[in-house]
Design a protein around this ligand. Structure first.
Ligand code: VGL
Ligand code: ZN
Length: 203
């Protein structure tokens, strides 16, 4: 079964948001079109408590985008974003939601960050997404959303590790940094993932 996984299509990740991905808003209408081509559509939502450990503000003296060691894992310190129940954490208002069967929230543990929709960054806790998809009979997972080289990339990697076929829809994502995205794409291909453009799905 072909499944579309929409990663973190939230207000804080589009221009005007707290952690804006350049041109992040441009992919919403494409993602809406793509949804009709899939048997199953699910979404993830970055959903942090206030004072989350991934926020620079939670580490006095540290700057945004600085890297620290957080309980043994490298952590980039982000601006405050996707705080639970804030407008920034809401899905983009133009994202169609009628076909989205389930929403998996991540980043809820105050002490652990979670880029992937499957696991936190240290692979300590599962969100249950892999089990859900297996029970639904999903085998081929197609990924879109934000940000390309963080939450989308980490989700694709975990999907491959969990034994799913994983396909990145390249024009249905946007990156914070293009060079980092190029490295991520190379790694996805090396790990057995596929990269396509949306015209291979919508014709
Ligand atoms: C994300 C950084 C921090 C993402 C989430 O959705 O790519 N990036 N939290
Ligand atoms: Zn986050």
């Amino acid at each position: 079964m072909k499944t579309l996984v929409i990663i973190d299509m939230q207000n804080d990740f589009v221009p005007g948001g707290a952690l804006a991905v350049p041109q992040g808003d441009e992919i919403v209408s494409l993602i809406n079109k793509l949804q009709n081509k899939f048997d199953l559509v699910i979404a993830t939502q970055d959903w942090h408590p206030e004072e989350h450990a991934s926020f620079a503000e939670s580490h006095p003296g540290k700057e945004e985008f600085e890297s620290i060691d957080l309980n043994g894992t490298d952590q980039i310190l982000w601006p405050v974003h996707c705080v639970q129940n804030s407008e920034g954490a809401e899905f983009h208002p133009e994202l169609e939601n009628a076909k989205i069967e389930a929403i998996f929230r991540k980043g809820t543990d105050p002490e652990i960050d979670s880029y992937s929709g499957f696991y936190d960054n240290a692979h300590l806790k599962s969100t249950g997404l892999a089990g859900y998809l297996r029970e639904k009979g999903a085998e081929e997972l197609y990924f879109c959303g934000l940000a390309a080289e963080y939450c989308v990339y980490f989700s694709v990697k975990d999907a491959l590790q969990e034994g799913f076929k994983a396909v990145l829809i390249e024009d249905a994502t946007r990156a914070l940094d293009q060079d980092d995205f190029e490295k991520a794409k190379k790694d996805i291909l090396e790990k057995g993932g596929k990269i396509i453009t949306s015209d291979e799905i919508i014709n």
